[in-house]
Design a protein around this ligand. Sequence first.
Ligand code: V47
Length: 387
Amino acid sequence: MLRAKFKYSEEKLNWMSGFDQILKISKEEEATEIIQGILSGEKLTEKDASKLFKSDLHLITGFADYLREKQAGDYASFVINRQINYSNICISRCKFCAFYRKSGEEGAYTMSREEILNKASEAVAMDATELHIVGSHNPDIPFEYYEGTLRQIKKKFPDISIKGFTATEIHFFSNNFRMSTREVLERLKEAGLDFMPGGGAEILDDSIRKKLCPAKASSREWLDVMKTAHELGIKSNATMLFGHIEKPEQRVKHMFRLMKLQEKTGGFLSFIPLVYHPENNPLGREIGMKASGVDILKTIAISRIVLGESFTNIRAYWIMLGKKLAQVALRSGANDIDGTVLEEKVAHEAGASTSKSATVEELLAMIRKAGLKPVQRSTDYNIIRKW
Ligand code: V47
C-alpha cells in the first residue's frame, strides 16, 4: 500500500536536518514561519496556505518534495489504464469545456456498447488494470445503457477496475432519471462500478461555478455525491480545475473543503490539480491562458502541503501538464503521474499538445529520470509491480 500515514511530529527530527538548512538560508520570513509552524505541529490555516502562493518557488516546492518523500516514500506510481469517453453530447455546456457538442452538431457522438467493449478489449490486451469511463450530461441516453454497459464489461473482463462517472454525471443522472443519487450509485455499483474519477469538481466555490458551469452540480451537491459514494464503498479521486478566473484563496478553499470531507469519509484516493487549457472554448476566448509553469508547480506543491496528510497521493496528470513539467512536478510534491491513458479527448480538444497516450517505458523513464523508483499501481493505490 502506498497510503502509509505519516505524522509530522513522530519522524520530524530524522528528516528536518536537510530541509532545516534551506529554511535557514531562506529570505522569505513569512513562508519560513508558516513552514516552521507546520513542522512543529500547528494546523495550517486557509489564510496562511493562501500566503504560500506569494512565496519563493524553491522554498515551497522543496518543502513539498520533503513531505512527498516522507508521506509516499521514494516511489512514484503510475497505472496502466485507458480512458473511454462514451458521449460528448451535453446539455450543461460549461464555459471552459471544448469537448461537448450539441445534439445533431457536427462531431457529436455517443458510442455503441459494442464500441465501448472493443475499447475495453484493447485495454485488456495491453494489460490495463483500469478503465476510466466518463462522458457528458446527455439526456437521450437511457439508464439501461450505463447499467448494461458496466455489466457487460464486467462479464467479459471481470478483473478490470471500472472507474466511471464524475460526481456531476451522477447528479445529472439523479435529476434525469428521477432517482436519488444514492439509488443511482447503488445501481451502478451493483452493475460493476468500482471507483469514481474526480472530475467535475472545478473550483468548489459557487461564485466561480455560477460563472463557469451554472447548469451543473453546485459545490455542495458535488461534495454530497462524493460523500454518498464513499459511504457506499465507492472510493474516488478529487480534481481541481485551476488557472482561469479563480484566485489563490479559492484554490485553497477548494482544498480545505475536500480535506473536511476526507476527514469524515476517508474515501478520496488522490488529489489531481488540472491546469485549465484555453483553446476552443468560450472562456479561453475571453481570458486566454492564465497559469504559468511557476504557478502550476506552486499549486501542486501547496496541494501537498495542505492535503498531504489526509490524501497522501497527489497526481501530476502528464496529459495536461506535458511530460516534462509532470516530471518536475514529481519533485515538487506529486507522487503519481496517472497512466498510459491511450485515448484522451477533454484536454486535447482544449489545446493540450501532449501525445494522447504514453507507453509503460515512457512512464518508467519519466519517473526514473526524476530520481524516483517507479511502481505500477492499482486504481486504489496498491502496488502491483515494482520496476
Ligand atoms: O471534469 C474540462 C476538466 C475534467 C477543461 O479521477 C478541463 O483519475 C483543462 O477529471 N482544460 C476531466 N481541464 C478530467 C478528469 C480526470 C482526468 C484524469 C484522471 C482523473 C481521475 C480525472 O477535465 C473535467 C474538467 O474539470 N476540464 N475542460 C479544459 N479546457
